[in-house]
Ligand binder design. Structure first.
Ligand SMILES: [Zn+2]
Length: 411
């Protein structure tokens, strides 16, 4: 039998949540563990407790709202996402996965449907990584991937630590967070890209995530006056920067699935009439295939080596900073998402996530899958971010079907 969520209730909740920490142009600012983030969590908690879902908070601030199953000892089905946003974020990134999870739990209550397994609605702390780094912090700690102490010590730009904010909001400081055994984790999210919209499909069945490698590159020459020193006597790192930009673009353009981004470039001291003594930049490489990502890594390192030889006056340092391997979601779960969509009459396509998600961490501990719905013009991390009520509802319907599939409806 096909069940449907209450799309109007879901939409009303999305809009109610968006009234906390509003920014111009329909956006939201609920930075991790700020008063606004905490107010958003409190609003969710008020809806959950009104339905009798018990709340557990762990020591990194993750929230777990439980709807009991007939067998309370059975490993639960986990659904959820995050409520924090970028400084000028949208109303759907993360929030949809959380509020659709609540909608699923409530719909089961409305239908009087019991499940064999318990259901946990999860809210992960600091997915965005805007105020505190690294991103995907709460899920990383709870999955044993990010050391708890490292997360607690992370500071924002004003020197405020995660630990300070957690204690200010009254979170317990122990025990060390751990998700424990679970049947599976299912996360609904907006796509944050243009593919679903362009292909006219409602549901993206996410088979995995791109591998990501980050680098910091520094080019050191010598600062000098822009006037008196002839070109040939300068140790100017900027001409090397130009070749480096070409190198990175070439690596990205060789393969349609590759992504190469130079997100920051800084010339120091940064004065119009000073030849820079140093240039600092970052490189972000991504690919859905780990072997191909390694090829890109090698091309970057070798290309940098060749530039260092060609420009001996400039010291070129490449420091790898982060590596998130290619993620493969659970094939059985992905197959179940497809059959649920078929039953619901929703068109699907397989896709790989270009953005990082909490689900990447969960996938290393429990069978995991993500469900994408379209977002207008592929835009996110922007007040213009928008998912239609129809697509949000469709995504929540798939989540409901998946929960029933995995948790076992008892009638
Ligand atoms: Zn997100």
């Amino acid at each position: 039998m096909l069940h449907h969520v209450d799309g109007e209730r879901l939409w009303a909740r999305l809009m109610a949540m968006a009234r906390i920490g509003p920014v111009a142009g329909d956006g939201n600012c609920r930075l991790t563990l700020s008063d606004e983030d905490e107010a958003g969590r409190a609003l969710l908690a008020s809806w959950c407790t009104a339905r009798g879902f018990a709340l557990r908070r762990d020591a990194i601030g993750n929230l777990f709202f439980r709807r009991e199953g007939r067998d309370p000892a059975a490993p639960p089905v986990l659904v959820g996402s995050h409520l924090d946003t970028q400084p000028t974020g949208g109303r759907f990134d993360g929030i949809l996965g959380v509020l659709a999870g609540l909608e699923v739990l409530e719909t089961l209550c409305d239908l009087g449907l019991e499940t064999e397994r318990p259901l946990d609605l999860c809210v992960w702390t600091n997915e965005e990584g805007s105020r505190f780094q690294p991103a995907m912090m709460g899920s990383g700690v709870a999955c044993g991937i990010l050391p708890f102490e490292q997360a607690l010590a992370a500071c924002d730009a004003d020197g405020v630590r995660v630990a300070d904010e957690l204690s200010r909001h009254g979170y317990d400081t122990e025990p060390v967070p751990d998700i424990g055994p679970a049947d599976c984790y299912i996360e609904l999210h907006i796509e944050q890209g243009p593919i679903l919209e362009a292909s006219g499909k409602t549901i993206g069945v996410v088979t995995g995530g791109q591998g990501i490698r980050w680098y910091e590159i520094a080019l050191t020459g010598e600062e000098t006056h822009a006037g008196p020193v002839p070109m040939r006597l300068r140790k100017d790192p900027v001409p090397v920067l130009a070749r480096l930009i070409d190198l990175v673009q070439e690596i990205g353009n060789r393969d349609p699935e590759a992504r190469c981004t130079i997100g920051t470039v800084r010339a120091l001291p940064g004065s119009i009439n000073v030849v820079p003594g140093r240039v600092e930049m970052t490189v972000d490489l991504r690919h859905p295939d780990e072997a191909e990502l390694n090829v890109m890594h090698d091309a970057l390192i070798q290309g940098c080596g060749a530039l260092a030889k060609r420009f001996p006056d400039i010291a070129l340092e490449v420091a790898p900073r982060w590596h998130s391997p290619v993620v493969r979601f659970d094939a059985t779960l992905a197959g179940q998402v497809k059959s649920c969509c078929e039953r619901l009459g929703l068109a699907t396509r397989d896709m790989v996530s270009g953005a990082g998600h909490d689900a990447f961490h969960l996938a290393r501990r429990v069978p995991t899958v993500m469900i994408f719905v379209p977002c207008r013009d592929g835009i996110s991390h922007n007040p213009r971010e928008y998912a239609s009520p129809e697509d949000a509802t469709a995504g929540a319907d798939v989540l409901l079907a998946m929960v029933l599939e995995r948790a076992g409806a008892c009638g």
